[in-house]
Design a protein around this ligand. Sequence first.
Ligand code: TYM
Length: 343
Amino acid sequence: MAFSPRVFSGIQPSGDLHLGNYLGAIRRFVPLQDTHETLYCVVDMHAITVWQEPNALRRATREVAAAFIAAGVDPKRSIVFNQSQVMQHAELAWVFNCVARIGWMNRMTQFKDKAGKNSENVSLGLLAYPSLMAADILLYKATAVPVGDDQKQHLELTRDIAAKFNNDYAASIAEQGLDPDFFPITEPLIAGPATRIMSLRDGTKKMSKSDPSDQSRISLLDDADAISKKIKKATTDPAELPLEVADLKERPEADNLVGIYAALSDKTKAEVLAEFGGHGWGKFKPALADLAVAQLAPMAGEMRRLIDDPTTIDGILRDGGERAAALAEKTMHDVRRIVGFIR
Ligand code: TYM
């Protein structure tokens, strides 16, 4: 059976959204609405794998939904919802906890990074995190998942879980008269010039909400002044911009800023260098600051307007939750039969 083209992606409501989340994921959600059925999810159940103050979680959930919409996700064309409204995510994640192996989870670099030396004392949810992520995607039989580079390993695990489920339950899937490829082997969509946006202070570190320096990232709620200042103060090497993309290789800060310019202007890095190669930072940084302000400041304004209107946001999430649940239940109905649960 051919799976119809369906996109799923999720963002955690666990703090400030930043330019990496926007360029690596949210901005790329918008054009996919023209070619795919699209589901965009605020993954609040993933967020609580580390402690979240409940009021902050509610605020952050609305903030992520506001960012989707301010960026151009249309809640009528796309299904926009928060994960915890659709209980089938938890239900399928449990089944996947029993399909996936502990060794697979222990190998996840994000788990190792987050757990650090403290791996006995982090939540069990943090270890099982990728299993819930696989459930998010496979509940909707999504064929493609747009994410940043840091999610690659989780998406490989999603493919492994789908394949192992299809294989372990092959006889039962056949007995129920269902397609042997019950779950699709999902394609990661990790492409473009901005799959890994780096810190503005240190080109070797990923831009991240956990970086203690506010100057290291552009928040999606930053105003024009803050955006411009952060770009102008961004760490760079002293050399002028190269003419060739290959010459960005040993220059992480330059590579990062050129990548940001390329993503914001829908160009390739080569096109950006055709314009700025051979010129110094005195020309490039103000141009990048103007571009970033022109794109991001209106979005921040729209986000703020939406955040101030929680009734509208909650209505959108509720409507999306109902539409998502209808799709999710179709899959779960089959999964329960396949596994042998009586209902
Ligand atoms: P999260 O919430 O950490 O990040 C959301 C999205 O932003 C991307 N991203 C970046 N892209 C480029 N440069 C960066 N510096 C950068 N930082 C973050 C992430 O790759 C991601 O696409 N596990 C996921 C959430 C999730 C999910 C899913 C994603 C849960 N279920 C199902 C896809 C499908 C996460 O923690 O993303």
